[in-house]
Design a protein around this ligand. Sequence first.
Ligand SMILES: [Fe+2]
Length: 206
Amino acid sequence: MTSLPTDADLRALHEKYAPSQAAFELVHTHCEIVRDIALQLLSVNGDRHALDPELVRVGALVHDIGVYRLFDADGRRLDKERYLRHGVLGHEILREEGFPERLCRFCSCHTGVGITREDIGRQGLDLPVADYLAETGEERLVMYADKFHTKSTPPSFVSADAYSAHIGRFGAEKAAAFEALRARFGEPGLDGIRDRYGPGHGRATA
Ligand SMILES: [Fe+2]
């Protein structure tokens, strides 16, 4: 693949792997919201970050594609116990589809604020032992933007302070990693994005 896929290409990819319309709407809409948050942050601080907005767009739209592999056969129930694996599952899907490593990595390296091999050992996580850390600026921005929206029931937006409190439970270094991202990229304005996606994607619980 030489040029980056379009939004329509990536929508078709979601449709290919989604086991149900509900799963598609949950995951694809979340990915669109993460794209919008990331691009908004980039437009506010674009010069300072000097990142490639096209790469950010694609990374955001693919980052959760692996979630589809965690639904049951009729696409209704998500296997929350194995949810942590969605990143490596997405990496596998994109590799099978012929995507380059730099795009596959958006899937495997966006979870939390990064997962290290030490985390896997210490917490007994159900993942192949490796470091899953955002390395490029684009990977970091997608990982960060993802923290502001959650595919809960109903899906909801998350404030920086709420995420900070959540991640702090996993240790001081995780909280510090989030604060470093917050200092680098700033906080997104979520109201316009919430209005764009409407009920079911955060209005009720924000
Ligand atoms: Fe996500």
